[in-house]
Design a protein around this ligand. Structure first.
Ligand code: ZN
Length: 144
């Protein structure tokens, strides 16, 4: 019986993080890349029309009833996109060293936008996940 009494307390001690609101914005850019240590079509330089989907999460809305204004999220994403748009991604840090795969691009967008958002909203809003579309039918997603 004692076991049953203790088990729920342990669960309550570390509740899973739950968010009530989510906001999502898609944006696009075009860029070139190639994959190192890879055998196949993608080892040669080529381009993609990338789509980036960023989803934010938070439990608390601002005074206007918004988690974050869509245009503010778009601006945060634009800062990251402007670095990569119409560039050879392999020539831009950190992709001079790490491979510009859709997976690594998703983590890059996650880290860059989460850092900016946390400071803008004092931690009220964070990035939930980032999806990178390399084509209409192929995506990679990163979340923490
Ligand atoms: Zn590719």
């Amino acid at each position: 019986m004692l076991r049953d009494e203790y088990a729920p307390a342990r669960i309550r001690a570390e509740p899973p993080e739950e968010f009530m609101f989510e906001v999502t914005v898609d944006d696009t850019f075009a860029a070139g890349h190639y994959l190192r240590n890879y055998k196949g079509k993608c080892e040669k330089p080529h381009g993609h029309n990338y789509k980036i989907r960023v989803t934010l999460a938070g439990a608390e809305l601002d005074k206007a009833g918004l988690l974050l204004d869509f245009k503010d999220l778009r601006e945060v994403m634009r800062h990251v996109i402007d670095r990569l748009d119409h560039q050879m991604i392999n020539e831009i840090e950190p992709f001079t060293i790490i491979n510009p795969s859709a997976e690594n691009l998703a983590k890059y967008f996650y880290d860059e936008s989460n850092q900016r958002l946390k400071s803008v909203t004092n931690g009220r809003v964070r990035v939930k996940d980032v999806t990178v579309f390399e084509t209409d039918t192929t995506t990679a997603k990163y979340s923490e």
